[in-house]
Design a protein around this ligand. Structure first.
Ligand code: NAI
Length: 464
């Protein structure tokens, strides 16, 4: 029986980052992981493989739509699906092996197998029980079913994001149930490959919680790329048949029943915490009404010595939120003051164009009755964006009406997922829009659009 300071269950971005930080801070650390490779959902079947597929298909899109405009003539490349999947697998492998290397470098033990917690201070993996002062549950999440529909997922015809990244061939048609992040990222991948993609979304707009103006523009842009949208539509049934599936939905505006068929149906209606087999019931660990592990602000569960971070607790199910919690908890366990600023957690959708956002939306501020101002700048006024056919989209900077302090920013356009971070830094420092506006930005870069939006919060943007 080995004795550790910390045992972490789960090696996703929450677990592995927490482990590395624990080890760096001098704690003897082990991670329990039952998959063949480290990295959890994100590296194996989520963020990383989907980014590989988005990258590959974006190159195809560029070849088909923009190469000839730049004098690059010839036929657009043909798609070798097997090779594309193998490129995706290579991307996964280099990343998961990278985590293995970091574990060795930091002397973190990988306890291979699925873990459970027989009692506080003990983690069972296979037949072995390991002891630890601190046990951290970082077991992540799994795809949720369509609410109330209990759809039978076979990961071939009716798939979650996992199956969608492993299809035998490129489907002729696909229905995506849910116009959230997964549906739009993977829907984009297949639309670019020639699949007829229809997104069926319960709400009247896609990407719930997103700034309303961004969401509308985003939907229009995706429509131009060939995705079809049925909004205000509640999917109630999905049934697989011969070589395809039938989706039943009700249009909420008039309660009319509709049906749509497709070769493949992607269920992307959210995710739920994954706590199966951990033995939390037996320990009496308190859960929230939504099935998450209840924790306090220092990630303590209701049982002393057991903590939880990432997708199993409340908050956005984002890899980087889990990572931050992992680092904060490691610091707390090492006697430091770990802390996560939940007001500054960026959200990114890796479509083309990308969507990046942080902080408050106009809708939230209106609901709070807070006085704010908006500085907007379109990428059409950005020389670099125009040069690369990326003039669609805009930056929307939101600042306090009186103090000028930045309250949020919403970007739809080229590299939005990277651009958003200058606002994250600014917000962490409590910056005013004027601080950003007075910061020199290199020309010609997309980042100038961020500065222009900040300028638009004051005396006005230059290129508007
Ligand atoms: P989501 O919560 O983003 O979107 C689910 C959508 O399904 C919602 O728009 C909802 O209104 C809709 N829906 C629910 N029931 C429905 C029904 N019966 N009929 C029609 N529509 C229905 O969930 P998603 O896209 O599955 O993603 C899961 C989690 O993974 C999210 O928390 C997301 O943030 C995270 N994720 C983040 C990524 C990123 O940061 N780029 C990438 C992929 C996932």
């Amino acid at each position: 029986m080995a004795q550790y300071d910390v045992i972490i269950i789960g090696s996703g971005p929450g677990g592995y980052v927490c482990a590395i930080r624990c080890a760096q801070l001098g704690l003897k650390t082990a991670v329990v992981e039952g998959r063949e490779t480290l990295g959890g959902t994100c590296l194996n079947v989520g963020c990383i493989p989907s980014k590989a597929m988005l990258h590959a298909t974006h190159q195809l899109h560029e070849a088909e739509h923009n190469f000839a405009k730049m004098g690059l003539m010839g036929n657009a490349p043909a798609v070798d699906w097997k090779q594309m999947l193998s490129y995706k697998q290579d991307t996964i492998d280099t990343n998961t092996k990278g985590i293995e290397f970091l574990f060795k470098k930091n002397k973190i033990d990988w306890l291979k197998g699925w873990g459970s917690i027989p009692a506080a201070g003990q983690v069972k993996v296979g037949d072995e029980v390991h002891e630890a002062k601190h046990i951290i549950v970082a077991s992540g999440s799994e795809a949720a079913n369509v609410p109330g529909a209990e759809v039978e997922i076979d990961e071939k015809i009716i798939v979650t994001s996992t199956g969608a990244l492993e299809l035998d061939s490129i489907p002729g048609s696909m229905v995506v149930v849910g116009g959230g992040v997964i549906g739009l990222e993977l829907g984009s991948v297949y639309a670019r490959l020639g699949t007829k993609v229809t997104v069926v979304e319960y709400l009247d707009q896609i990407t719930p919680g997103q700034d309303g103006e961004v969401a509308k523009t985003f939907q229009k842009m995706l429509k131009k790329q060939g995705l079809k949208f049925v909004t205000g539509a509640a999917v109630s049934k999905v049934v697989a048949g011969d070589g395809g599936a039938v989706v039943d939905y009700t249009l909420r505006r008039d309660d009319s029943a509709k049906q749509i068929e497709a070769d493949v149906v992607l269920v992307a209606t959210g995710r739920k915490p994954y706590v199966t087999g951990l033995g939390l019931d037996g320990l009496g660990i308190e859960m929230t009404k939504r099935g998450q592990i209840a924790v306090d602000h220092r990630y303590n569960t209701s049982v002393k010595g057991i903590y939880a971070i990432g997708d199993v607790i409340e908050g956005p199910m984002l890899a980087h939120k889990a990572e931050d919690e992992g680092m904060a908890l490691a610091e707390i366990l090492a006697g430091q003051a770990g802390h996560v600023n939940y007001d500054v957690i960026p959200g990114v959708i890796y479509t083309h164009p990308e969507v990046g956002s942080v902080g408050a939306t106009e809708e939230q501020l209106k609901a709070e009755g807070r006085a704010y101002k908006v500085g907007k700048f379109t990428f059409m006024g950005n020389a670099r964006a125009k040069a690369v056919f990326a003039g669609d989209g805009f930056v929307k900077m939101i600042a306090d009406a009186e103090t000028d302090r930045i309250l949020g920013c919403h970007v739809i356009g080229p590299m939005a997922g990277d651009l958003i971070h200058e606002v994250c830094v600014a917000m962490e420092f409590g910056a005013a829009a004027e601080d950003l506006a007075r910061t020199c930005h290199a020309h010609p870069t997309f980042s100038e659009a961020m500065r222009e939006a900040a300028l638009a919060c004051g005396d006005g943007a230059i290129h508007a």
